[in-house]
Ligand binder design. Sequence first.
Ligand SMILES: [Zn+2]
Length: 119
Amino acid sequence: MKIGFAKVGTTAIAFEISKGSLKFSGTLRKFSRYLIELEAKITGDENISCDICAEAFTHAVNESVKFHLSDGLSKVENESLEDIVEIEDSMIDLDELLDSELELYKSNYFSCENCKTSD
Ligand SMILES: [Zn+2]
């Protein structure tokens, strides 16, 4: 699902996409001239590898995310926000954003039930 940067105004737009059993739902709202604020939740089950035994296991994801989207970083040099994601071609690609948020989430430390109980 893609939304044009120019289509997002100061009134929040709700979105919801899914990928497998995961759901990515939230709102997009114009934050400043060149920035859009994305506030969303990622929920559902995801297969994650255990960092101890490397076995894949099903993990219930329930993650809140909030960041800003920029239509060209050079335009926001004066903005003092750290959590800015630059988008391409003035299009907000929600599937791509979900993928990158998931990658980030999966880079956290996870251990499966077996490894947890053997602590
Ligand atoms: Zn394990």
